[in-house]
Structures are given as structure tokens and as C-alpha cells.
Design a protein around this ligand. Sequence first.
Ligand SMILES: [Zn+2]
Length: 399
Amino acid sequence: MDEPLDPHLCTLLARAEVTRARSYIYEDGGRTIREQKELTEIPAPPFGEDARGRRMAELMSDSGLGRVGTDEVGNVLGWWGEGSEPPLIVSAHIDTVFPAGTDVTVRADGDRLVGPGISDDGRGLAALLALARAFARARPTLVRPVLFVGTVGEEGEGDLRGARHLFREGGPGRGAYGFVSLDGAGLTRIVTGGLGSRRFRLTVRGPGGHSWVDWGTPNPIHALGRAIAGFTELALAQEPRTTLSVGRWAGGTSVNAIPQEAWVELEVRSESLPELDRLDSRIRACARAALAGVNQSANGYRPAELTVDVIGDRPAGETDPEHPLVRAAIAATRAVGGIPELAVSSTDSNIPMSMGVAAITIGAGGEAGLAHTTDEWYRNERGPDGIVRGFLTVLLCAG
Ligand SMILES: [Zn+2]
């Protein structure tokens, strides 16, 4: 694809400090890989990111960032540049999906590094540090400060708590110019759509009893069975794509006892927040109707009761593909020979997107596979190009 380069980018590429930064990023490639390996080998299970966060703070200071510190939830923050303009935020996530006790040793296998989290998001963290050093070394003139952040709680049950905290009322993310998340490997994808999801746990409790003697008592499993049957018949939007899946359920104590309690967990996903909200109320209505059906034949027994808990909630959102941040990422991708591809995913960017702050998630160079498994691997094929892509994206928006 021979697209002409963005004129603003051409001017930028001709500047001496940009040439300096680019060659520095390539020279720095060895250190970047060493730090990627070192950080990956510090366990960072959900809600257990402290040790890796502490090391990240040291490395951020070593890399030349100022005012490095850790906030109340464990995010690690460091600044480059001054001024009162709204900052551009660049981030990578500290946490992994792997529970405490997972062997996080990284081993070499040919030209691959293999280990849980080596790419997602060991690569992003290492790239964040390499980017900071490129700014500290080349000292390009900036019109706005850049805030570097290692976030906690990006994966699964973390429910984006680090990003939420960053963008809280009065937080440094509020009013930011934009947000760039470096997540995993790759040189082409630019996530501009934030896939929303909501996770529910439905619990039904009843009096319980003997399967023969107390027959007629409202049965929580029967109620949930009816509810699940109802969920599978809900019509889901095709456009924007919306899905519903029941993931787990359990309950009861014995085959010859009417259960006192049963629960089910389900997840809905959608590219649209109104669709998520609409589905949320249909799920609740469906579960209430199922419960009423079971309670109707209670024969004077105490009725069963339903509780609905939201156990995860990632807001959907979108960044306008015409926003200067997206245009910058597209131009920077082309500048390193990549073919830009806009995508939808569920990442830290969901939070700023849902608040109207422009946000993108991009890969940090190299190739990777088997993410979220203990055989996750990373290959440093064009790894530095990914860091140059991030550098140019930031510079186009802040320089
Ligand atoms: Zn990730």
C-alpha cells in the first residue's frame, strides 16, 4: 500500500531530534527486551500487582520521567514535559490474567521468548519505558505534557479499576487530550472501538426441603433453569453486534433435596452502550418472570427470592476515526511500513472512550501468540518499529 505520508509527519520526520530518537530506540532494543523479560518474571496476578508496580516505578525514574509516584489503587505515574495544556496519556497495564502461584519464568525457545504475560502486557510495559527514554534522550519540543502510566486491573476481574481511577472525578485523566494504551505486540491494529461487557451473577434462595416431603417448595434451580431458557430466546442485535453467554452455574446440596440456593453467571457484550442497557433490563425482567412462574405453584410455602449482582461492567465506547489521535496513529503506522487496521476490543481505552476522551489501543511491535496461556510467546520481529510507531503517534499529538 503506497499511501502518501501525512504532511505533518513528513515535517516531523525531517527534524534532527526525531531522527535522534528513532536511532536511539533501535540502539535501546536490547535493554527493552531485558526489561520486558525482567518485568514479566515479577508475578502480577489480579489485585496483586504491587511488586511489579514498585519495580516499574524504579524503571520509570531511571528512564528519565519526573514526579514518579504510585496512586491509591496502585497505578504508577510519571511525567515528561511541563505546561498547563491537557496531557496526552500513554499507558500499559501492569496486571496479568495469571493467578498467584503461576510459574512466570521466561525461557528462550529459538528466536521466541516464552512465558505467561511476556507479550500481554510485558511488551507494553517495556515499550512504555523505551518511549520515556526516547523522549528524555531526544528532548523534542512539546506543546503538552505526556503522562506515562502503568495501570492495574486491566484484565478480567480487575474490571479496568486502574483506568477508572485515572479518569475519576478530579483524577489526572479527566480532561486529558487523549489516551494511548500499549497492549501486547503488533504493528498494524489500532483499536478505536471499545467493546462493552456486563457480567451478572443471579442468585435464587428459597426455603429448601426434602424432595418428597416438601415437594411444592419453590425450587431455585428450577427458577434459574427457566430463566436461562428465557435468556437463550432473547433476540440480540446483530448490528451493533451484541452477544449473551451463560458461563457458570451451581447450586443445591443433594439429589434428593430441594435446593436452598442456586446461582448462575452470565456475560453480555456489545459495541453499543444503549444495547447493553437494554439487554440488562430484559435479563432482569426475564429472571423475574421465571421466578414468578416457580413461586406461583408454591402451595403456601415461602416464595423464593432473586438477587441480581453486576460483577463486572466495562462501558462501551468509540473514538472518532477522524480524531487527530487516530490520524496520528495511522500516519505513524504507515511511517514504519505497517498497514493500519482499525479494530474493536475491550481494553483500558474503554474508560476514556466512554467519557468522550479520545483513546486508542495499539500493539508495541514484535509478534506474539497464545496470550492468556502459560505458553504465551513473543518474537522481537520489528519490535523497535512498534516503539517508533508509538513515539511518532505521541509526538504528532504532543509535539
Ligand atoms: Zn492486555
